[in-house]
Design a protein around this ligand. Sequence first.
Ligand SMILES: [Zn+2]
Ligand SMILES: [Zn+2]
Length: 274
Amino acid sequence: MFPGLCVIISLHVSMLKNPLALKNDQVKCLALEVAMIDVLLDFLFPQEVCCICRKPGKYNTRRPWCKECQEKMLQMQCSCPTCDKCGKYLENGASLCADCQKTPPGFELARSVGPYNEPYRIAIKVLKFMGRKHLAYCMGDMMAEKVQSEPRFMPIDLIVPVPISSGGLKQRGFNQAELLARQVSKRLKVKMDPRIIYRVKDTPSQVELSREEREKNLQFAFQIEDNRKVYRKNILLVDDVYTTGSTSRECTRVLLEAGAARVCIITWATGKGY
Ligand SMILES: [Zn+2]
Ligand SMILES: [Zn+2]
């Protein structure tokens, strides 16, 4: 117990001093440590209500919401037609949304687990704004299942999360896309590297912006850390929500420019997008 504690403390100190110097096995060790803490927290503080509908019961990391919420999610997955390319939910039976018809995206395809409505929307809010990081296990598993169910995603050589703005990181202390990507990587047994794409420009919140403003806002916002790491690779880009697709399109552009073979996108939820 005591030597383990020393390793954990020294890892934390080195991580705080220089996070980029962490080696792969140290990252694995930290991930294991986090998993152990989650198990301990589950045991000490089991959740008494469903994190989505607040229904009383016993919930934990592996089962954070109730059966009804889970069933509702599953039902919603097949209730609406989606754009064949970007996965956006469509009102009519067209095969492509207006955006993809007008400007075909550079990525191969984008899919999400469900529409950005309740309960999907609540789950992402609980993860992001209430800091319930343990939700990322279950959500990441469902995202990995979605990827496995669609042969067009394959092959995948590398998993890359969309980087968070430094404002968002300061506010929350974590990147939700990275947490989801970590779990997707674990399930698909494909390497994940959160340092591939980084932000060079801190963009203000996208929420209130129009499509044109979002695109302008994101122009030249991302860069690739080392082109050799993505050269000829099939990349799976992971994000929490797909709204207008501006972020996914811009990240795809820099990845392809750096020499990536192809890019696919998986998100937790997709909005209708405008
Ligand atoms: Zn519920
Ligand atoms: Zn589309």
